[in-house]
Design a binder for this molecule. Structure first.
Ligand SMILES: [Zn+2]
Length: 128
């Protein structure tokens, strides 16, 4: 059990606390989903063992499905890295500051995407 000190004096602290909770929920959600997408954790439920009974079309469908899942997993892994970085930024006091140009991130962006670690400009230039 986590018994946090109750710092209810500062609204900013409370705000960060809420954001942290949101981010931790996101992290938990991502971790669970990434874990679920591991091939060994679900004992090949949708992929038949003997491919002999499967038509060629179905095989390629399965391949596509696996590729899609891999892409999704990759995406989730990336998101997890960003969410973890955002949590780290709350801890080191750089939350709301762009990781790239070190300028404050637009509060509207932080509001919309609480896990933002880059400003609009940097995120569009570096593609993150
Ligand atoms: Zn920036």
């Amino acid at each position: 059990m986590n018994t946090d000190d109750n710092l209810e004096s500062d609204t900013m602290t409370n705000k960060l606390k809420n954001i942290r909770t949101t981010l931790e929920q996101m992290k938990k959600h991502l971790t669970v989903n990434i874990d679920k997408s591991k091939p060994d954790s679900d004992s090949g439920s949708d992929i038949p063992e003997d491919n002999t009974s499967v038509k060629k079309d179905e095989v390629s469908n399965i391949t596509m499905d696996m590729e899609r899942r891999l892409a999704l997993k990759h995406q989730m892994n990336n998101s997890l890295v960003i969410v973890e970085r955002a949590l780290q930024k709350i801890d080191d006091g750089s939350y709301g500051i762009c990781d790239n140009c070190k300028k404050p991130i637009d509060p509207a962006r932080m509001e919309a995407l609480p896990h933002s670690i880059f400003c609009w400009i940097c995120s569009s230039t570096c593609g993150k």
